[in-house]
Design a protein around this ligand. Structure first.
Ligand code: NAP
Length: 226
């Protein structure tokens, strides 16, 4: 039976490309998006199932999980890709902007993990891939995009906490990754990487064999500094 992968924010950019590559790798794909029109169109193009999912909404995550449960769709792979990059200097940034960033980039992956990881732990198989960023690395820290960087640093720690929760519970792996600087709406036209290059490590982590790594941070299929 093919594994099933759910990808958040998959109507465009790296998420759309990750959904495409996961399908090409033989997985069943649940393409999710908060934008129903764009998400449905992308799902039709890929031959994937579409589900509306706004990661910033607790209700939306719970309702999506309930619909999949009702249809007996078991999510084996969770790709937390949805994210926002909002500007604002660290000393003049609005609380509202920080909250909006954390809602999508930190609480979003926490909500989806709470919805989809317990069944993985019960079945003893799962792959969770958190699409983070070098901006969230404490080692590589830079002064750019402070709210975004804080949210991705927190996402890295969330990754570790989820990996700890999966320890000794079968073949459930939780990893974070950085796609590099990618030409998308977020990355902009000057970015050197294609979405396909950015999605490669996502798919690698999503399809790791049982002896693959967990509780790690990766770029280009190699460990990166937290
Ligand atoms: P993008 O083109 O801006 O796409 C972001 C995606 O996230 C869109 O589909 C967007 O949906 C979705 N999204 C945002 N908030 C959401 C929410 N509350 N619920 C559901 N979906 C939501 O960005 P990208 O470059 O593909 O980025 C994908 C991931 O890679 C992000 O986590 C980003 O931080 C990370 N990343 C990107 C780069 C880069 O250079 N591009 C570098 C490092 C890390 P809408 O269409 O509805 O807005």
């Amino acid at each position: 039976m093919p594994r099933t992968a759910l990808v958040t924010g998959a109507n465009r950019g790296i998420g759309l490309e990750a959904a495409r590559q996961l399908g090409e790798a033989g997985l069943e794909v649940v393409l999710t998006a908060r934008d129903t029109g764009a998400g449905r169109a992308a799902a039709v193009e890929l031959g994937a199932r579409f589900e509306h999912l706004d990661v910033a909404s607790d209700d939306s995550v719970r309702e999506c999980a309930a619909r999949l449960d009702r249809d007996r769709v078991e999510v084996d792979v969770l790709v937390n890709n949805a994210g926002v990059l909002l500007s604002g200097g660290i000393l003049d940034v609005d609380d509202a902007l920080v909250r909006e960033t954390l809602e999508a980039n930190l609480l979003g992956p926490l909500r989806t993990a709470r919805a989809f990881m317990p069944p993985m732990l019960a079945r003893g198989y799962g792959r969770v891939v958190n699409v983070s960023s070098g901006s969230g690395s404490l080692t590589e820290a830079s002064p750019y995009t402070p709210a975004y960087s804080i949210s991705k640093a927190a996402l890295n720690m969330l990754t570790r906490q989820l990996a700890f929760a999966a320890e000794g519970r079968g073949d459930v792996k939780v990893n974070a990754m950085c796609p590099g600087w990618v030409r998308t709406d977020m990355g902009g036209g000057a970015a050197p990487r294609t979405p396909a290059e950015g999605a490669d490590t996502i798919v690698w982590l999503a399809t790791l064999p049982p002896d693959g790594p967990t509780n790690g941070f990766f770029r280009d299929r190699a460990p990166a500094a937290w």
